[in-house]
Design a protein around this ligand. Sequence first.
Ligand code: ATP
Ligand code: MG
Length: 213
Amino acid sequence: MITLALSKGRIFDDSLPLLRAAGIEVLDDPEKSRKLILATSRPDLRVVMVRASDVPTYVRHGGADLGVAGLDVLLETDDGLYRPLDLGIARCRMSVATREDFDYAAAVKQGSRIRVATKYTRMARQHFAAKGVHVDLIKLYGSMELAPLTGLADAIVDMVSTGSTLKANHLVEVERIMDITARLVVNPASLKLKREPIRALIDAFEAAVAAAR
Ligand code: ATP
Ligand code: MG
């Protein structure tokens, strides 16, 4: 049996066409069913539904042979999982955003300490250190947009896709940190022990990604 870890929402939705192109149908809808283990049209392949940020943990410890996770999640956990294949799905960018009335460029230029709220403290620390900007990082687990509005922080580092959430909260994107897509990650031991079927699955994903470009 091969186990593929996915997360509800964008990752699952965007993975379906790739799976379909590889001839695989998922036989349950995670939005409708409470099942956490979903059968597929391939008797030797099942899908497990986990939190987006838990995908690397499942794959690392062999709870899943493969998984699909955002580059943000992978960089934030940093555990060198085998051969992340860029699937080109769940596209977004990691950006710095502030209130419309906060002069980010001036704060950076003056060398002020900037209070930054984010779920991505590791990537934020690296980004600001590389720029030589002094920041106080405030770890949050969600609703980052609220931080600048309440005075908790001057800026946030968050994932942006259309920008409509920022706009709805009167925030502006002041800096793009990096482009983000989801990656296929593989457990190294699985790749050794189940070489043939996993290789075939990776090749099928690769072909589906190439065809989608
Ligand atoms: P959770 O919602 O369980 O706290 P999450 O926010 O990381 O976790 P999703 O919202 O499902 O999970 O996002 C999964 C992935 O989709 C992210 O890791 C990121 O790579 C990508 N993504 C694409 N667009 C966005 C966006 N607008 N906001 C957040 N993530 C996005
Ligand atoms: Mg989310």
